[in-house]
Ligand binder design. Structure first.
Ligand SMILES: [Zn+2]
Length: 232
């Protein structure tokens, strides 16, 4: 017969095991427990969204580095990030973007990374700026300095969805303002803009114009995903 001490120790082991199972983070895509942000299956599904060629040249824009296509698991994870309060999703995505940069972009530049900001009302509602978390992870991998608040969004734009290309550009003119933080660091004039999705490029174009007006140069754009609806 087992002593009560042994029974208790077995029971407490089992309790500890089930607690650690329950306390393990859940994969934001499939809700199963996971050691890392995404579980192995979802990591595979995400890797399947990766683009074979990451460097794109879009008319009138600096070179664009994109990790994956806005589809399947990648589309799902960006939706979780933006609308389901799962900020952690941005961390591995930003790291993968950083790896992509290290593997494919010129490294010998005196660059700083600036995320595309949200309007403060939107950020308050969401609790964070997803592009900033992506940029932070990106900078940890690349070693690029981050100006998290380099730009501010002065106008709350109406939703871009359903607008024509012309309407999107109008919706986004004079939206951004250079922050004091970036003005203080004028010695570093070459900027990499970071955003979550590239759609028409209207948002990025508006940010580029604001930066150019103050003597900065945007040398590259980096985004996690590109939407094939971009020509709409
Ligand atoms: Zn999963």
């Amino acid at each position: 017969m087992q002593s009560s001490q042994t029974r208790w120790s077995k029971w407490s082991d089992r309790l500890r095991q089930s607690l650690s199972f329950m306390l393990q983070a859940q994969c934001p895509l499939c809700d199963r427990p996971s050691q890392s942000v995404f579980c192995k299956d979802c990591t595979r599904r995400l890797q399947a969204c990766r683009r074979p060629s990451s460097l794109l040249q879009v008319e009138d824009l600096p070179p664009l580095y994109v990790w994956g296509n806005y589809d399947g698991a990648l589309k799902q994870s960006l939706a979780r990030l933006k609308y389901d309060h799962r900020p952690l999703v941005a961390e591995p995505l930003g790291q993968w973007l950083g790896q992509l940069w290290l593997n494919s972009a010129p490294l010998d530049r005196n660059l700083v990374a600036v995320p595309i900001p949200l309007h403060k009302d939107r950020q308050q509602q969401r609790g964070y700026n997803q592009a900033e978390i992506i940029a932070r992870s990106f900078c940890q991998v690349t070693g690029m300095p981050l100006r998290a608040n380099g730009l501010t969004r002065t106008l709350a734009t109406t939703a871009q969805f359903g607008l024509s290309r012309q309407e999107r550009y109008q919706n986004l003119s004079n939206v951004f303002q250079l922050s004091a933080d970036l003005q203080k660091h004028k010695s570093k004039k070459d900027i990499v803009l970071v955003d979550d999705i590239f759609t028409t490029g209207a948002t990025l174009k508006s940010a580029i114009e604001t930066l150019q007006q103050s003597g900065f140069r945007v040398v590259a754009l980096v985004t996690i995903a590109i939407s094939e609806r971009r020509s709409a």
